[in-house]
Write a protein that binds this ligand. Structure first.
Ligand SMILES: Nc1ncnc2c1ncn2[C@@H]1O[C@H](COP(=O)(O)OP(=O)(O)O)[C@@H](O)[C@H]1O
Ligand SMILES: [Mg+2]
Length: 300
């Protein structure tokens, strides 16, 4: 199984490129799941199909999945009930199950947990991850050390607190530890997958404008400082030849950013995706898949 992780700034075309990548791998006869890790899901709109909250077959070899964050938050809470009961109890906060998924950082944990389930089931040849804007990939990489730190702390507290926790409820301390270990194992499995170029590739989508180019540079720097290689860059919304003044000026500015990216990332596969002049939906994705993988530099 291979993960194709699609990252980048908001609105640059990650979901369109994820959906098109799924269409491409499925057309090569590979069972593919396009998995939305953005709480603001948009795959239903892009595929033009109401996806529901289970993986749904949408064409030969192609499945798409937008986990329902509120629903998943409840089962996640149940899975790690002891950890959260202890944490919330410790800080004397009351969190309703329906609010849990909206707490900062929790959606990353939930999606990571879900992705791990899919990853270990090995049911698909490819899983394309349509991620949330920029920040999402970092928590995924940092989770193992956060949970390791947490485990160490819990272990350190063990002698002092386990007696007290066990007095409250026999076996409570050990149940917390076992849940933390499960969470850490999942986080480590996913980080190791991202670190292994055979198991995962990261594609950055950007547009040829200053803010996006700069944000991509920072994202690539941070991701690579964690030892994860970014293999491909898609430069989206590149205007095609047109002789009007507006397009000529825009083209000149875009060309200089494209050159900047080509100079900086000589060793990466760079694919130019044209602006199609209107939103890309449904069957329009076939063209995008062709432009990325048949005409462009993208490889599966
Ligand atoms: N090359 C393109 N040409 C025209 N419209 C595009 C192109 N790429 C993306 N879009 C449109 O831009 C909008 C944002 O794209 P989307 O993939 O949802 O971005 P992201 O997932 O990065 O937030 C959508 O309406 C989409 O149809
Ligand atoms: Mg999106």
């Amino acid at each position: 199984m291979k993960l194709i992780y699609v990252a980048g700034k908001g609105g640059v075309g990650k979901s369109v490129c994820s959906a098109a990548s799924g269409i491409w791998t499925a057309r090569q006869g590979k069972d593919t799941l396009v998995f939305s890790m953005d709480p603001a899901h948009s795959l239903s709109d892009i595929f033009d199909i109401d996806l529901g909250s289970r993986p749904m077959k949408i064409r030969e070899h192609l499945y798409a999945y937008e986990p329902d964050l509120a629903e998943e938050a409840k089962s996640f809470f149940r899975r790690y009930k002891n950890i959260f009961t202890a944490l919330f109890g410790l800080f004397e906060v009351v969190v309703l199950p329906e609010d849990f998924g909206n707490m900062p950082g929790v959606s990353e944990l939930i999606f990571m947990d879900k992705l791990n389930d899919i990853y270990v089931e090995k049911q698909y040849d490819f899983v394309v991850i349509d991620s949330a804007p920029t920040a999402m990939v970092l928590p995924l990489l940092q989770l193992p050390s956060i949970t390791t730190g947490f485990v160490t702390k819990v272990l350190g507290m063990r002698n002092r607190w386990m007696g007290v926790l066990d007095l409250l409820q026999p076996g409570f301390g050990d149940r917390i530890l076992s849940e933390v270990r499960t969470m850490r194992l999942k986080a480590e499995t996913m980080r190791n997958a991202l670190l292994d170029p055979e198991a995962a590739s990261i594609t950055i989508v950007t547009i040829p404008e200053k803010a996006a180019v700069e944000e991509s540079r920072r994202l690539i720097e941070t991701v690579e400082s964690h030892g994860v290689a970014v293999s491909s860059i898609i430069i989206n919304h590149v205007i095609r030849d047109c002789d009007c003044r507006f397009c000529r000026e825009k083209k000149a500015s875009q060309t200089s950013y494209i050159q900047e990216l080509r100079d900086r990332y000589r060793e990466k596969r760079i694919t130019i995706l044209p602006d199609y002049g209107g939103e890309v939906l449904g069957e329009g994705l076939l063209q995008v898949a062709e432009d990325l993988y048949a005409k462009g530099e993208m490889k599966i």
